[in-house]
Design a protein around this ligand. Structure first.
Ligand code: LMR
Length: 324
């Protein structure tokens, strides 16, 4: 029996993510939670001929508790999204409170669940979530992830776009480390497989597009929000990886994590001087089983890493001071 709880399921990421989960046949139970509309969305999804039962829960009658009860995996997409002219940090004031309240209930109801935080700004909301779990005495660093998979998806996609029309993004594996916001997003094209051959100017353009891919969508949507379908796709890819790990299949994905609590992470954290950072994580039956070393990076990437770390330290401090 596998149960997933999707919090924020009536939102523009949550709804397509619910569809992907229901269509996948990977779940016996899918519980949707939001402040509006989810009972109807659940009924709608339940007309799909896959076996997972979908339930919708509103805040009344302990709806959040019911949605979380017995959950193996929780994905949090709840919160507000960016409008043109906003940075992810502008979302913090509203979304930090939402994350705090949700994780307070997670701590009480399903502290053993694997939790995926999509709600922005991830660089700050993940520290909020971990602090809530720490204060409740149920923090398991191998079970909580800031979802950065969209950056990895973009890194493959945008290099394929730069290389030509007939190039399949799936042919490229590009590690992306750091965080999930602007300069904190660091695609490591020097480690791309197969190796990427682009002139310096084109490569710099591709890196910038990965770092600011979110802004590209915000601008294009002209006030109607930010990434939704590609974020749902990426979030679902991460959930699938978690489940594959749980089944004992060898799999890695990048994620923004609390490094000191994951085998191999302490050394990386000491090296970088930050506790929260996105690296490639080995996933297993017990969640994150290993943080993989960053490896050799180019001179240009080293410079970008310094910039990323500076921004990231500030973002992490914002999250921690909210909970202090
Ligand atoms: C993204 O990367 O597209 C998302 O984090 C949404 C945003 O605000 O940019």
């Amino acid at each position: 029996m596998v149960k997933i709880a999707l919090l924020g399921a009536a939102g523009q990421i949550g709804t397509p993510l619910s569809l992907l989960c229901k269509a996948s046949d990977l779940f016996d139970e899918i519980s949707l939670y939001d402040i509006v509309h989810v009972p109807g969305i659940a009924t709608d999804l339940n007309h799909i001929d896959t076996r997972g039962r979908v339930s919708g829960h509103l805040p009344e009658d302990s709806g959040l508790k019911k949605a979380l009860s017995g959950a193996d995996v929780v994905v949090v997409t709840a919160g507000i999204a960016r409008k043109p002219g906003m940075t992810r940090d502008d979302l913090f004031r509203t979304n930090a409170g939402i994350i705090r309240d949700i994780f307070t209930e997670i701590a009480a109801t399903c502290p053993q669940a694997m939790c995926c935080v999509v709600t922005n700004p991830v660089n700050s909301t993940l520290p909020v979530a971990t602090e809530v779990l720490k204060k409740a005495g149920v923090f398991n660093p191998t079970h909580i992830f800031g979802v950065t998979t969209l950056d990895v998806v973009r890194a493959s996609t945008f290099v394929a776009h730069a290389l030509g029309d007939n190039v399949d993004p799936k042919d490229f594996k590009v590690p992306v480390i750091g965080g999930h916001s602007g300069a904190t997003i660091l695609p490591l094209y020097s480690q791309a497989q197969p190796p990427v051959k682009l002139d310096d100017e084109t490569l710099a353009t591709v890196i910038n597009r990965v770092q600011f891919g979110g802004d590209e969508i915000v601008k294009s949507k002209q006030g109607a929000g930010s990434a939704t379908t590609c974020m749902a796709y990426a979030g679902f890819r991460f959930v699938k990886a978690l489940l594959a790990g749980k089944r004992g299949e060898p799999i890695t994905e990048e994620a923004f994590v609390y490094l000191p609590g994951i085998p191999g992470g302490k050394e990386i954290a000491a090296d970088l001087g930050v506790d929260y950072f996105a690296v490639k994580i080995q996933l297993g039956k017990t969640g994150a089983t290993k943080a993989l070393p960053i490896g050799k990076i180019s001179e240009d990437e080293t410079k970008l890493l310094e910039v990323a770390l500076k921004d990231l330290r500030a973002n992490i401090a914002t999250g921690l001071s909210f909970m202090a």
